[in-house]
Design a binder for this molecule. Structure first.
Ligand code: HPA
Length: 173
């Protein structure tokens, strides 16, 4: 994608909210992440055509893209949160103790994707914007059975808002 001319990447995911201010169907703009996946997408011999061996991650999610998205949300009165996304491998959803751990170590949402894509994009010095849709809650007292179907249904709650955000983001110079 980068060598076909793509400079900016927008990634999205469904995730479990562990911040007690979050509700199902909320949108969270990712401002940082914690990588807890057991493998690393850059493991193995580095291909210097794509980027350096050791990759800077001081600003994984581009602050200018984030600010632009925040102002689009404000203008359209779309409620958003900002927060940290933590990636676990899955495919199991978290146990209550795992959700608690995710919160304690500094995340607001947890999921099974996004971080490898962002790492690879940062390796190539692409700018990234990440959007999490909170599809279930990993908050004590609010933890319920989760299924893929329930996640897909909950994601629909955010569909209109996310589409509006991305559309305006792409078409606004
Ligand atoms: N945990 C991990 N991945 C997810 C979740 C979750 O609670 N919800 C949607 N994807």
């Amino acid at each position: 994608m980068k060598y076909l001319g793509i400079e900016n990447l927008i990634v999205s995911n469904a995730s479990g909210g562990v911040n007690s201010n979050f509700d199902v169907g909320d949108i969270m703009l990712i401002n940082d992440h914690i990588n807890m996946m057991p493998e690393h997408p850059l493991r193995g011999e580095n291909d210097d055509r794509f980027g350096d061996r050791f990759v800077d991650m001081h600003e994984p999610y581009d602050l200018k893209m984030l600010a632009k998205m925040e102002s689009i949300a404000k203008k359209n009165k779309i409620k958003i949160h900002k927060g940290v996304y933590l990636a676990l491998q899955g495919p199991t959803f978290e146990t209550p103790a795992e959700y608690r751990m995710v919160r304690i170590i500094g995340a607001d949402a947890v999921g099974m994707s996004t971080v490898p894509e962002v790492i690879v994009a940062k390796h190539m010095k692409m700018k990234c914007l990440g959007i999490s849709i909170i599809t279930d809650l990993g908050i004590e007292g609010h933890i319920e059975e989760v299924s893929h179907k329930a996640v897909q249904n909950a994601a629909k709650l955010a569909e209109k808002g996310v589409c509006k955000l991305v559309e305006e983001f792409v078409f606004q110079n």
